[in-house]
Write a protein that binds this ligand. Sequence first.
Ligand code: ATP
Ligand code: MG
Length: 329
Amino acid sequence: FDLRNEDLKDMQELGQGNGGSVKKVEHAPTGTIMAKKIVLIDAKPSVRKQILRELQIMHDCNSVHIISFYGAFISDPNICICMEYMDKGSLDGIYKKIGPIDIDVIGKVALAVLEGLTYLYDVHRIIHRDIKPSNILFNSQGQIKICDFGVSGELINSIADTFVGTSTYMSPERIQGAQYTVKSDVWSLGISLIELALGRFPFADSSSDDSDLSDFEGTLSPSRPAPAPLPARTKEQKDKKKKRKSKGVSLQGGGMTMSILELLQHIVNEPAPRLAPEGRFPKEAEEFVDSCLLKDPEQRKTPKDLLKSSWVEHSRTSTIDLEAWASTF
Ligand code: ATP
Ligand code: MG
């Protein structure tokens, strides 16, 4: 593809993140439907060109568990990244729509993500750096693919300058300033899997049925006292909260009990979350998640090693029909 912005016709807004926004577009000359990610980059032209060069590696990332790449271009002041459109969206959107996800489906998610991570690292020496439900995409053919991995060092630097991340999938060692390794991605996978199984972000207050990162955003004041636990919200309050929910807005009056700083301290100092309550999920799944969430990165396995764990092996041979599952929502 020789991509030019004027050939891309906007169809639908798919979502917004910290780095930018994503739109469903049609490439008019070929009729190809794509997802166009628009990233605002506050950097010199030379840096933008460098980012564009680095992004070209994505052309060589060919795996069924990695989102395909059509191309990237500069459209001042943005960089546009065009990728495969996944018609069922990301897993956070799916569980927010249908509730907690079946553990057998989650087994397939774990398998897909581990294979994607292993491919990226073994073939390209790429560490993902941003595994979370919004970066795991699903389509009506039942395919599971990961997106938004850290191919471009310059892009990572440029974005890091412009936002304070909701880095809550971050491993304890990363919070403490250690280097990123493939094992940090494994931690993020463990947190993401619990989130899918419970239908809520695992660190958030348990009375909150729709807790997600927006509960934490805008709360970076270290001096902010932890609010006392609030009584469960009424249905009207919840509906109101849903309406207001948009990224980057700090919500008041929810069941929130932690600021970002408290959350980061919690991740470092407290025992890791688990698939709970005990007995609700298969033992093998519990053990797998526990092994992803070993706080000491020395003890935590790599994605490649985790592919050999019993739960993942069983997920591989499971006959669950993801295409049929996809047709239910
Ligand atoms: P963050 O910016 O914190 O990483 P995010 O992943 O939600 O958060 P974006 O990467 O900008 O932010 O994506 C916004 C939304 O767009 C995602 O939540 C996802 O639902 C949707 N999306 C992204 N890429 C695709 C794609 N290739 N196909 C379909 N939907 C997509
Ligand atoms: Mg994303």
